[in-house]
Design a protein around this ligand. Structure first.
Ligand code: FAD
Ligand code: NAD
Length: 472
């Protein structure tokens, strides 16, 4: 039996961040994953390949739009093999880099499938290299999640894709039905629309990105209506039947309206489920909730004192940066520190065109909680930078505590919103008031000024929007 101080199971952003920090703090660490290098879903089949393809989608869109600025590149010629090769190269470069970082820190990386053998042992089954039994002082479970594929949406074969298959770029279907108007449906739907597919999005609720503020999502919804064939809300899939090389689909809309359509391919993006059926978990006291998430305390310790869990495995939001932050907390707890996981602002970014991002309290949440807030909005049509980019559709908003004038939430819809939202995170986490934000000099001309000006709007003193403060 080999021994290790910390065994980390799963090499995604939760697992590798945990392994690297534990090694940095001087612990002896073993990181276990089935892939050749660390990276997990984020690097192999999530954040990174999708963002590489979204970058290409942006280039294609801008090349088309350039005609309006007097520059015509002609019709784009797509070489799908080279695009796939480039995207795979991005993934290889990033996962290879993580492999090197792991080695340089002295982390033992074991390629294989882990099964727990009790509160202090794990067995790793390695491809062609037999079994290794490890005894650990602490383990961190970071086995992540996988696409949900309800039986009613499965068909076998290659006509119905999940996100992993869609990211492999098997083809550019003439017509693509995207089931689910959430993060993946909108991001990958946008990619395929830019590559040339006629994309139809169906979303079962009455809004895209359910739960996000409507004044933000409406910016992307308007744009999607231009780039997609159709966006159907309050619609679900009734049945899927193979037809020719594609799929015949019945769609059930609001008011029992039934639509009958043919699509070449269907992409199902209706959420993800945690990989919590870890073999041997029942030999420990680790507990799971009804939805399958492993239950943890504020330090990410499970009901088994030697075992911690982080990332998608322990619940929403299923985001890479949330996984990595939890990983730091878990490792610090193992090292005897007192920190807990209690962020005020976990940023959410949907990398559509334009991007939508928010952090802290949303207006929707405030309404649901019955919490009084003041909302201050700056329209991007008044931003010089947005106009020079020919992207004046956008909005930056602050959700403010009326009593203290503290910034509780920030929302941004517009190009580059994913980068801009980090300023909101800092403002909220540092307890900034709307006056603090107004007084910070922002560089001109940039989109970041929309944050400062949304603070000025609150006082009725925005330079580029004439909206005097109401005196009641
Ligand atoms: P994962 O990244 O899921 O890693 C878990 C790892 O554990 C996997 O490698 C798995 O193979 C391994 N594993 C599981 N069981 C075992 C076992 N028994 N033994 C050994 N290894 C095992 N998030 C963002 O923040 N930004 C984005 O832009 C973004 N884009 C996304 C795009 C797509 C298409 C998808 C699908 C997801 C995206 N996400 C994004 C979500 C993000 O990928 C996840 O939140 C993140 O990867 C979760 O990290 P994790 O460490 O919990 O687990
Ligand atoms: P999601 O929860 O974001 O969206 C799923 C959508 O499908 C919801 O709007 C839901 O109402 C809808 N839906 C569910 N069942 C349906 C049905 N039968 N018919 C029609 N619509 C249906 O899930 P996702 O898009 O699969 O993404 C999973 C998770 O991965 C996300 O929640 C997010 O945590 C993560 N992710 C993050 C990013 C990012 O950070 N940019 C990108 C991709 C994925």
């Amino acid at each position: 039996m080999t021994t290790t101080q910390v065994a980390v199971i799963g090499g995604g952003p939760g697992g590798y961040a945990a392994a690297f920090l534990a090694a940095d703090l001087g612990m002896q660490v073993t990181l276990i994953d089935e892939a050749a290098d660390p990276g997990g879903v984020c690097l192999y089949r999530g954040c990174m390949p999708s963002k590489a393809l979204l970058h290409v989608a942006k280039v294609l869109t801008e090349a088309r739009e350039a005609a309006a600025w007097g520059v015509d590149f002609g019709a784009p010629a797509l070489d799908l093999d080279r695009l796939r090769e480039w995207k795979d190269g991005v993934v290889d470069r990033l996962t290879g880099g993580l492999g090197q970082l792991s080695n340089r820190r002295g982390v033992t990386f074991l390629r294989g499938r882990a099964a727990l053998g009790g509160p202090t042992t794990v067995r790793v089954t390695r491809p062609d290299q037999g079994l290794i039994d490890l005894q650990f002082e602490h383990a961190i479970l970071a086995t992540g999640s996988r696409p949900a594929l309800p039986a009613s949406l499965s068909l076998g074969g290659d006509r119905v894709w999940d996100s992993t298959r869609a990211l492999e770029l098997p083809s550019v279907p003439t017509s693509l039905l995207v089931v689910g108007g959430g993060y993946i449906g909108l991001e990958l739907g946008s990619v395929y629309a830019a590559l040339g597919s006629a994309v139809t999005v169906v979303e079962m609720t009455s809004e895209l990105l359910p739960g996000a503020d409507r004044d933000l999502t409406s910016v992307v919804a308007r744009r999607l209506e231009d780039v997609c064939q159709e966006v159907l809300l309050e619609t679900t899939v009734g049945s899927l039947v193979e037809e020719g090389d594609g799929v015949r689909v019945t769609l059930q809309g609001a008011g029992n309206v039934e639509l009958d359509r043919h699509f070449d391919r269907v992409l199902v993006a209706v959420g993800r489920v945690p990989n919590s059926e870890i073999e041997g978990l029942d030999t420990t006291s680790v507990q799971r909730c009804a939805r399958g998430f492993v239950t943890v305390d504020g330090q990410r310790r499970t009901d088994e004192p030697t075992i911690f869990a982080v990332g998608d495995l322990v619940g929403e939001p299923m985001l890479a940066h949330k996984a990595s932050h939890e990983a730091r907390i878990a490792v610090e707890a193992i090292a005897g520190h007192k920190g807990v996981f209690e962020p005020t602002a976990i940023p959410a970014v949907v990398f559509t065109d334009p991007e939508v991002a928010w952090c802290g309290l949303t207006e929707t949440q405030a309404k649901a909680n019955g919490q009084a807030v003041q909302v201050s909005r700056f329209p991007w049509a008044a931003s010089g930078r947005a106009v020079t980019l020919d992207r004046p559709s956008g909005v930056t908003k602050l959700v403010i505590d009326p009593a203290t004038e503290q910034i509780l939430g920030v929302g941004i819809a517009g190009v580059g919103a994913g980068e801009l939202i980090a300023e909101g995170v800092i403002a909220i986490e540092m307890g900034a008031t709307v006056a603090d934000l107004r007084l910070c000099i922002h560089p001109h001309p940039t989109l970041s000024e929309t944050l400062m000006e949304s603070a000025e709007v609150f006082f009725g003193q925005s330079t580029h929007v004439y909206r005097p403060k109401r005196v009641d």
